[in-house]
Ligand binder design. Structure first.
Ligand code: NDP
Length: 324
């Protein structure tokens, strides 16, 4: 496993991180979850990503248990706050109250005294950004959070947050957006803003939730046991996987990536992970997995370098379907 600095910070993270959205506490049972975490550790992954909202907080508990007994200093643990985790009006959002209480809940469930990286999961337009940033800064000063990040914020929101973080002297170091061969929305504005402000990209769904593994065939039903056929997280899957699943042309184009991967001795999933890591502003790709074999396979994409001719070929194959 290769490692990168997170943005311009001193924090070193594995360039492939393991995330447990939809899987832990929902799609897969606890034994399979532990096996995936074990496979991640065996592959040299040190960086783990979760959120309070995943599986209504159960994902944090499962991850905490799976990592129990590991040397804490050897891990980089990240979690997030913003989405609703309870029935009350203050059980959501980026108010000082919810950011501080949310962090306490995450620490309890993860079984740790601090998280390395704490993200604002979405921008909250209802709360003054100054209030949110001061709450994050206080968590940093209390030692409960070491670094802070944002997820799916616009370039303008990131620049404002970075200005406040500088005033408060706290390390805003990560942006967590969706990024894959098919979904390149961050390239035009978010990446330049983050490069100016020193944030690294820790990108989610590098396989477009499994689409880029090539297992979803045009005109065929989703294979049994796949995320697209699972009940867990159905709304999100319909929204994201569904975007491509309903586009036979896109699925056909993805199939054309098969020979590109095999010519390089890679699987399609490895090609997809290696592709996001070619972008120098990407600090890590967060992979998901429903079984340990997938973790082993995808983690082997670490260190793979793709020639410009390969990148050009990929662009040519996918050109009609890339979302920018
Ligand atoms: P991926 O794009 O890596 O998709 C992972 C899924 O693809 C697996 O669960 C599996 O699903 C399938 N898959 C993985 N490897 C293979 C393989 N080798 N062959 C066939 N199928 C494979 O990432 P995720 O969408 O899971 O997201 C990764 C992480 O990113 C999340 O866990 C979370 O930590 C983070 N995230 C953050 C968000 C945010 O808003 N900040 C939003 C979403 C995710 P299956 O076997 O079930 O088909």
């Amino acid at each position: 496993m290769e490692f990168r600095r997170l943005g311009q910070s001193g924090l070193v993270i594995s360039e492939i991180a393991y995330g447990n959205w939809i899987t832990h506490g929902a799609q897969i049972d606890e034994e399979a979850a532990h096996a995936c975490v074990r496979a991640a550790l065996d592959a040299g992954i040190t960086t783990f990503d979760t959120a309070d909202v995943y599986s209504e907080t159960r994902a944090e508990t499962v991850l905490g248990k799976a990592l129990a007994g590991q040397r804490r200093e050897g891990l980089v643990l990240a979690t997030k706050v913003c989405h609703p985790v309870g029935p009350g009006p203050n059980d959501r959002g980026l108010s000082r109250k919810h950011v501080v209480e949310g962090c306490e809940g995450s620490l309890r469930r993860l079984g740790t005294d601090y998280v390395d990286l704490y993200y604002a999961h979405r921008y909250d337009p209802a709360v003054p950004l100054e209030e949110t940033m001061l709450a994050f800064a206080d968590l940093v000063r209390s030692g409960k959070v070491l670094y802070i990040g944002v997820s799916e914020w616009t370039a303008e929101q990131i620049s404002r947050a970075a200005g406040l973080a500088r005033e408060l002297r706290v390390p805003l170091v990560a942006s967590q957006p969706q990024y894959s061969m098919l979904w390149r929305v961050i390239e035009s504005q978010v990446v330049p803003a983050c490069e100016r402000e020193g944030l690294g990209q820790v990108v989610w769904s590098p396989l477009a939730q499994g689409i880029l593994s090539g297992k979803y065939l045009p005109g065929a039903a989703a294979p049994a046991g796949s995320r697209a056929s699972a009940e867990a997280g159905k709304g999100f899957v319909d929204m994201l996987v569904g975007h491509w699943m309903n586009d036979e042309g896109a699925l056909r184009a993805v199939q054309e990536l098969g020979p590109v991967a095999s010519d390089l001795g890679l699987t399609m999933s490895q090609l997809a992970v290696a592709w996001v890591l070619q972008n120098p502003s990407v600090s890590a790709a967060i992979i998901g997995a429903s079984r340990p074999e997938q973790v082993k396979e995808n983690a082997a994409a670490s260190g793979v370098r793709l020639e410009q001719a390969v990148l050009d070929r990929i662009d040519e194959i996918l050109s009609a379907y890339i979302v920018r």
